[in-house]
Design a protein around this ligand. Structure first.
Ligand code: PEP
Ligand code: MG
Length: 594
């Protein structure tokens, strides 16, 4: 039954975080039992594991018998037959014998072995012509889950309990899911769904590990323990690589890693064009664990601290003190450079159980970010208070997401004023001149950018959402990801309009969406006159290298030219022509993905 797997099965997805990894897969099945995987080295460990397995079968049998009794007691005589079918599967010699053989032969833990045997049985069932028998697959699945739960002990289930480093394979990973992972053990991510700006992608880039998303069926094609290669540059995933493919990729990986190392030479140099135009390069972070990478890549501050993680993966809400202590960690590392703390952007795809939000048809357009904050004022004020207090520790800026109109600005400013009064009354220190900024990520904010600029200290363009809302392209839907066009003339006009409105009022403009960290766009972002680019730390030096090889004058000319085009393709063709030959190494990833 353990037939040899087909070698070199190639899947094409979207490479969203560069790098190449060769390793073992770990399948995270949402809603199912996560199976820990570990190898057993000693003979007595193996025999012990077999006993554990047989005990789990026994426990499951008793549970089924109990359920059967219960069903009968309630008068559902027929229901008992379903349980009989489960009992038959449970007692199937094949299942027990194959699993124990597998534990012995592969020297792996019982849960992993059982999972593998179940997968093979599932495959065999799928190929059966008879409809009725094929449907028994779900019974098998159910029985398998019951044994696994007993084997692992449900309360002990960890989303990623692995003893060796693995590549996470999942349908999708929400920020809450990834918060459960032992990130130290994660080599990379591959998922069925997602696009360049989904949170799995952002997270992978933040952690400097490769990721491929939008693979559609990868969770059905890979089992935990399979050998795989993930190429986060081309978006290719190879399952069960042959020796020659493995060797090719190992060589490719070495070349890639060498190039990354070379970039470090740019770390001490200024982000300045050849004709002396200076721009600031900052980093985006979500968790404090990213700070070493931020410092390693020479960021000039934090341009976007996404604070949602503070709220996720916990039963309660973070206290003011917890906020404060977390911000302290960041500020102490980043000071004297600025830390831009964005208030929570919860809602959308980031839910927390403690705030009651009704199920929404369009969560991206729903009660999220400041809309939620202005409804849950106490929760919002707790965070604002902590941010203000942290501004006494170093240079802190406060940034508000999803601002759509002036009314919100007035409400936010009132809240800030209230919090300042409270702090003053308590004698708690804060920076009275703390800079207040808004994310420009909703089209209406661009349209009224001239008005907003009069009320705030800086703008930060969030291209991930701005493009989503402007072009009506769901940023997490891989089926429309090909329509997600940062070079669409409407996007370009919006960027220009935002920068011009800000500069007319003498305030700075940052860009913190993914567009900011893509070296291909660097020359035009310079040409638009953006003052700061904030990005995942891994992109900083690539972007700096481009800046140091260009002339600001030239970038401005390029922008003047592209603003005259009416079709996205014309803009893309023009920039490809201008840039690919000049920066072949730096734009290699981009070229492969576009
Ligand atoms: C954006 O929308 O561009 C942005 C930076 O915010 P987020 O990705 O967190 O929505
Ligand atoms: Mg956003």
């Amino acid at each position: 039954m353990q037939s040899q797997p087909t070698q070199d099965v190639r899947l094409q997805g979207i490479g969203v975080s560069s790098g190449i990894i060769l390793g073992k897969a770990f399948l995270v099945e949402q809603g199912k039992v996560e199976v820990p995987t570990f190898s057993l080295l000693e003979k007595d460990e193996i025999e012990k594991e077999i006993k554990v397995f047989l005990k789990a079968i026994e426990t499951t049998r008793n549970q089924f018998l109990e359920t059967k009794k219960d069903i009968r007691k309630k008068g559902f005589k027929k229901g008992g037959f379903i349980i009989d079918a489960y009992l038959m599967i449970l007692e199937d010699k094949l299942l027990i014998k194959e699993t124990t053989n597998h534990i012995r032969k592969e020297k792996i833990n019982a849960a992993w072995a059982l999972k593998s045997v179940l997968n093979n049985l599932q495959k065999a069932f799928s190929e059966i012509e008879d409809n009725y028998l094929r449907e028994r697959k779900t019974d098998l699945d159910y029985v398998g889950q019951c044994i696994l739960k007993n084997l692992i002990g449900e309360e002990k289930i960890d989303r990623c309990k692995v003893s060796e480093k693995v590549i996470i394979v999942a349908h999708d990973l929400s920020p809450a899911d990834s918060a459960h992972l032992d990130l130290e053990k994660v080599l990379g991510f591959i998922t069925d769904v997602g696009g360049r700006t989904s949170h799995t992608a952002i997270m992978a880039r933040a952690l400097q590990i490769p990721a491929v998303v939008g693979l559609e069926t990868v969770t059905r094609q890979i089992q935990s323990g399979d050998s795989i290669i993930v190429d986060g540059i081309s978006g290719e995933v190879i399952i069960h690589p042959s020796q020659s493919v493995f060797n090719d990729y190992r060589a490719k990986k070495e070349k890639y890693d060498y190039f990354e190392k070379e970039l470090l030479k740019f770390k001490p140099l200024l982000a300045e064009t050849r004709d002396g135009y200076r721009i600031r390069l900052l980093a985006n972070i979500e968790i404090t664990e990213e700070l070493p990478s931020v410092l390693h890549h020479g960021a000039e501050g934090i341009g976007l601290y996404r604070t949602e993680f503070l709220y996720l993966n916990r039963p309660d809400l973070p206290s003011e003190e917890q906020h404060f202590q977390t911000y302290r960690k960041v500020i102490e590392k980043i000071s004297p450079n600025p830390t831009t703390i964005r208030t929570f952007d919860l809602g959308g795809d980031k839910f927390i159980s403690r705030i009651n939000v009704a199920r929404e048809m369009n969560p991206a357009l729903g009660l999220r970010a400041i809309r939620l904050g202005l409804r849950e004022v106490d929760i919002f004020k707790t965070q604002i208070r902590a941010i203000l207090r942290s501004s006494a520790l170093g240079k802190v800026r406060i940034l508000f997401p999803m601002v759509s109109g002036m009314q919100e600005i007035y409400q936010i400013k009132d809240l800030i004023a209230d919090v300042k009064e409270e702090l003053k009354a308590k004698g708690q220190p804060f920076d009275p001149a703390i800079e207040v900024g808004v994310m420009i990520e909703i089209p209406s904010a661009v349209v009224i950018a001239d008005l907003l600029a009069k009320e705030v200290d800086f703008f930060s363009i969030g291209t991930n959402d701005l493009i989503q809302y402007l072009l009506a392209i769901d940023r997490v839907n891989e089926h429309v990801s090909h329509l997600y066009k940062p070079l669409h003339p409407a996007v370009l006009r919006f960027i220009k309009r935002t920068v011009d409105a800000a500069h007319a009022e003498g305030i700075r403009v940052s860009m913190c969406g993914e567009m900011a960290g893509e070296p291909f766009y660097t020359p035009i972002l310079l040409g638009f006159g953006i003052d700061e680019l904030s990005m995942n730390a891994l992109s900083l030096l690539k972007v700096k290298k481009i800046i140091r090889s260009t002339y600001y004058r030239e970038c401005q000319q390029m922008v003047n030219k592209i603003l005259k085009f009416s079709i996205t393709q014309e803009v893309e063709d023009f920039l490809h022509q201008e840039l690919f030959s000049r920066f072949p190494e730096e734009l290699r990833d981009f070229k492969l993905n576009h």
